[in-house]
Design a binder for this molecule. Structure first.
Ligand code: C2O
Ligand code: CU
Ligand code: CU
Length: 478
């Protein structure tokens, strides 16, 4: 799939989310009712992850493509998405990062009954925030995401943002066998108690090792989304200086990342402004060097030979318009602590990949390798999950997340965005709101949010193996 939204500005002239037309003919649009109608079918499919000449890999897909179709919605416009299940196991769809009614959150057993094989479910919500989000299953999600189920969800700002092109890279990490099949062994104790299922092939919009055509002088808004099960990424754009505009869909103060590296943990999104300052005809690699000694080329910026679009760069990128997030009232906040424990001793960035089998089993009962505040909730969500804490509606929660493990965890909260306050006691700059916060080993994060959305909500690590093996909890807003 090619997610290059050309003519972005002119298409805005259409009513509603006309962009959907360009994305997939199978997505219908009903402007008359004022509701944006979409449909998604989940089913087995095939994908050529290494290009048209490579082997076909059997995958699970939304509307037949990997990643799924880019849903381009409009801020404040209601959408109705019918999801049909063509798998032979239960599924659901979770609209990651969207602040929506609890019943639309897609957690089986907790917010809805799972969608049975052959069944369907209609999701209805009105996205309050513009930004870059994504969607994925929340049932058997280690296997279902690992077999390819993930898609981008973009909510457009009411007023267009001035860039030459709006481009999206959805990044997926695959663990393939030599003959190009998806490797089995999901949920091994090794993966579960260490780094999770880190794969051996990373794709950009379903394609590994490709190039990205760019034009000298243009400014891109590049939306990066990490849809990997477990792989953390740290992207460097050689010869370029990305400016971060938004994290997890929420605009921040525009800033250059530390050391020029964009750290993108599973489920995180970063929007950057990228000025194409290279020479016409030149090529520049994009490198992921998160894991020590395992840097690889993610893709290449391949400049067209055409002369630069403009003589001088267009000046510092402006901040994106803020979303209507409720402002935390820190002086009157309720404090809550969440302590992450478990996993193998030792730790580090990456282990358990490459055959160090036969190590001692971790865990409390053989399946739970991790816990939150001493309790291990395992799986994807199921009936009868007792909330670990309750917040009165409207109250500000000052949440401290304490990573007592030796591993990295992108902790994700459903239904809310968290304003980051402190990391290990130091104030977090740039006014960042995130739904997925990466904690390094032993990190302590303090953040805040207003509990304005009633329901039972999940809080879990987005390394799928960790979530399955106990790094998950539920809280209630009443
Ligand atoms: Cu992106 Cu509970 O998930
Ligand atoms: Cu989520
Ligand atoms: Cu984790």
């Amino acid at each position: 799939m090619n997610y290059d939204f050309k003519c972005h500005l002119s298409r805005r002239g259409f009513l509603g989310a006309a962009a959907g037309l360009a994305v997939s003919a199978s997505l219908r649009l009903a402007v008359a009712s004022g509701v944006d109608e979409r449909s998604i079918k989940v089913a087995p499919s095939q994908a050529r992850l290494t290009g048209p000449d490579g082997p076909a890999t059997a995958v699970w897909a939304y509307n037949g493509t990997v990643p799924g179709p880019a849903l381009r919605l409009r801020q404040g416009q209601p959408v109705r998405i019918t999801v049909e299940n063509g798998l032979d196991e239960d599924t659901t769809v979770h609209w990651h990062g969207i602040r929506l009614p609890n019943a639309m959150d897609g957690v089986p057993g907790l917010t809805q009954s799972p969608i049975k094989p052959g069944g369907s479910f209609v999701y209805e919500f009105t996205p309050p925030d513009a930004g870059t989000f994504w969607y994925h299953p929340h049932a058997d999600s280690l296997v279902q995401i690992g077999r390819g189920l993930a898609g981008p969800l973009i909510v457009e700002e009411a007023e267009p943002v001035a860039v030459d092109r709006d481009v999206l890279w959805l990044l997926q990490d695959w663990r393939l066998t030599k003959d190009g099949r998806i490797a089995g062994g999901f949920g091994s104790m090794m993966d579960a108690s260490m780094s999770g299922r880190v794969g051996n092939l990373v794709t950009v919009n379903g394609q590994a090792q490709g190039g990205q055509g760019v034009r000298a002088g243009e400014r891109l808004r590049l939306r990066l989304a990490n849809a990997a099960l477990a792989r953390m990424m740290a992207l460097r754009f050689e010869g370029h200086r990305p400016v971060v505009l938004a994290i997890d869909g929420q605009p921040c103060d525009p800033h250059e990342p530390e050391d020029g590296r964009l750290v993108l943990a599973p489920a995180m999104r970063i929007d950057i402004a990228l000025d194409m300052q290279g020479d016409p005809g030149s090529r520049h690699d994009v490198i992921d060097d998160f894991y020590d000694g395992l840097a690889y080329r993610l893709t290449t910026l391949a400049y067209d030979k055409a002369p630069p679009l403009r003589a001088h760069p267009p000046g510092a990128p402006a901040a994106l318009p803020r979303n209507p997030l409720p402002e935390p009232d820190l002086a009157n906040a309720v404090r809550q602590e969440v302590v992450l424990q478990g996993g193998m001793m030792g730790g580090g960035k990456l282990a358990g990949v490459g055959g160090m089998m036969g190590m001692a089993m971790p865990g409390m009962n053989g399946t739970a390798a991790w816990s939150i505040n001493g309790i291990s909730m395992t799986g994807d969500g199921h009936a009868g999950m007792t909330p670990q804490f309750t917040l009165r509606r409207g109250v500000t929660c000052h949440l401290t997340i304490r990573n007592e493990t030796a591993w990295w965890h992108p902790m994700h909260v459903h239904g809310f965005s968290l304003l980051l306050l402190f990391r290990n006691g130091s104030p977090v700059p740039h006014r960042q709101w995130q739904d997925t916060v990466l904690l390094a080993p032993k990190d302590v994060i303090e953040c805040a949010f207003v509990a304005d959305n009633p329901g039972d909500w999940m809080l879990h690590c987005h390394v799928a193996d960790h979530q399955m093996a106990g790094l998950m909890t539920v809280f209630r807003v009443t």
